[in-house]
Write a protein that binds this ligand. Structure first.
Ligand code: SAH
Length: 347
C-alpha cells in the first residue's frame, strides 16, 4: 500500500485501480503513513500556520429538500431565522477585532434573502473591510448573479458538489435538483474568477468506493482552490435520520489523499469532523488540513443552524473560543495565522 502513497506524493495522481486499492485496503498503519505524508506536504507549503475563517450563518431558511440536511424545507421542526444586514455587519466587526480576515457568509437557499440584498451586504463588507476576503456559500445561482456578487466584492465561493455520480446524486436529493446544474455552477464560479471550493460528505448514504473515485477524479480536473471534506452526520428530522455517520478514519484518509494531490489547496478540518470526534480538528490538521472555520454567528441563532445532530458551535469551534483553539493547535505544534490566506500556487 505504501508504494501507492509514495507514488501519490511524488506524482500527485493515481490510476483508478490504485486509488481503489488504497480506499479498500487502508488499515490503521497505512492510514498513519498517509496522514504523515500529507502532513509533511502541508507543512512544506504552509509551515505550521493554520488559517482561520469566520463563519457567519446568515439564514437557515431553504427552498431545497436535500435528504441529508437538517435545514431542508421539509423540516417543520426548526425555528427559522434570517440575519439582518446590521447583524451580519456586527458579526464582521467582532470577527475583525478578534483577528479574522476572512468572512464566510453561509446559508440555505433563502428566497427572501434576495440577490440585491446579498449584493448590498457584500458591498458594505467590502467597503468597511477592504483588507478582508469575502467568501460566499449560498448555494446555486445563475452565472449573472454570481457575477454581480463578484463585482460587489466577493472573492471566494464554497459549493460542494456532494457527489459526482448522477445516480448517487439522485439518492441524496429530490428529483427537482440536478447534479449537472451544480457542476455548471462550479464551472461558472471558476470562470468568473472566484477562488472556488467544492467537496463531498464522507459516508453519505449510498456512497460507494466507485463514487469516491469519481469524486477524486472530478476534483482533480476542476482544480478547486478549496476542498471541503467532512463526514456525513445524520440529522434526526430528515429522511436519513437512521443512517450511520461517516467514519473519522475514512475522512482522514480522504483529507490526506486530497492534500497529496493538491499540495497548495486550502483544506479545512471541518466542523463535522470536530463534531464526530472530540479530537477531530487536531487529527484533521495532522492529516493535511490547514484551515479552521470558527463560528461567528450570533450566539442565539447558532443552534438553529443545525445541519446535522449535535453540530459543534461552541468552544474551539467558536470565535469567542479562539484562545482555546490557539491552545489546542499549539499542543500539536501549530499556530493560528491571522493572514487572509488567499490561494497561491506556490505558497
Ligand atoms: N446552501 C448552501 C450551504 C449548504 S450547508 C449550499 O447549497 O452549498 C454546507 C454543507 O454542509 C453542504 O454542502 C453539505 O455538504 C454539508 N452538510 C449538510 N448536511 C449535512 C449532514 N447531515 N452531515 C454532514 N454534512 C452536511
Amino acid at each position: 500500500m505504501k508504494q501507492w502513497i509514495d507514488k501519490l506524493r511524488q506524482e500527485r495522481t493515481l490510476r483508478p485501480e490504485e486509488l481503489r486499492q488504497l480506499l479498500t485496503g487502508c488499515d490503521a498503519e497505512t492510514l498513519r503513513y498517509i496522514n504523515k505524508q500529507a502532513q509533511e506536504v502541508a507543512l512544506r507549503h504552509f509551515g505550521n500556520k493554520i488559517y482561520i475563517r469566520g463563519l457567519i450563518e446568515v439564514s437557515n431558511c431553504c427552498r431545497n429538500n436535500c435528504y441529508y440536511c437538517g435545514i431542508r424545507k421539509g423540516n417543520p421542526n426548526i425555528e427559522r431565522y434570517r440575519l439582518s444586514q446590521e447583524s451580519i455587519l456586527d458579526c464582521c466587526r467582532q470577527g475583525y477585532e478578534s483577528g479574522f480576515r476572512t468572512f464566510v457568509l453561509q446559508g440555505g437557499e433563502d428566497t427572501a434573502l434576495t440577490d440585491e440584498r446579498i449584493e448590498m451586504t457584500v458591498a458594505r463588507i467590502r467597503q468597511d473591510y477592504p483588507d478582508c476576503a469575502i467568501t460566499l456559500s449560498l448555494g446555486e445561482k445563475s452565472r449573472e448573479v454570481y457575477e454581480r456578487f463578484f463585482r460587489a466584492g466577493a472573492n471566494r465561493y464554497l459549493l460542494r458538489h456532494e457527489t459526482y455520480n448522477e445516480s448517487h446524486y439522485r439518492q441524496l436529493h429530490p428529483a427537482e435538483m440536478s447534479g449537472k446544474q451544480r457542476l455548471q455552477c462550479l464551472a461558472d464560479l471558476k470562470d468568473i474568477g472566484y477562488q472556488t471550493g467544492t467537496g463531498i460528505m464522507v459516508g453519505s448514504p449510498g456512497q460507494t468506493v466507485e463514487h469516491i473515485i469519481e469524486d477524486i477524479r472530478f476534483i482533480e480536473k476542476l482544480r478547486p482552490e478549496m476542498i471541503g471534506i467532512g463526514p456525513f452526520l445524520p440529522h434526526h428530522d430528515t429522511p436519513f435520520a437512521q443512517y450511520p455517520s461517516g467514519t473519522v478514519e475514512r475522512t482522514l484518509l480522504l483529507l490526506s489523499i486530497f492534500r497529496l494531490m493538491h499540495p497548495s489547496a486550502l483544506i479545512p478540518a471541518t466542523t463535522a469532523l470536530a463534531t464526530l470526534a472530540p479530537d477531530g480538528r487536531e487529527r484533521g490538521i495532522l492529516a493535511g488540513a490547514n484551515v479552521v472555520m470558527p463560528n461567528l454567528s450570533p450566539r442565539e441563532e447558532r443552534k438553529k443552524y443545525e445541519l446535522y445532530n449535535d453540530k459543534a458551535s461552541l468552544g474551539a469551534e467558536s470565535a469567542e473560543g479562539l484562545d482555546a483553539l490557539q491552545k489546542q493547535l499549539n499542543a500539536i505544534g501549530y499556530e493560528i495565522s491571522t493572514e487572509r490566506g488567499d490561494f497561491k500556487c506556490n505558497p
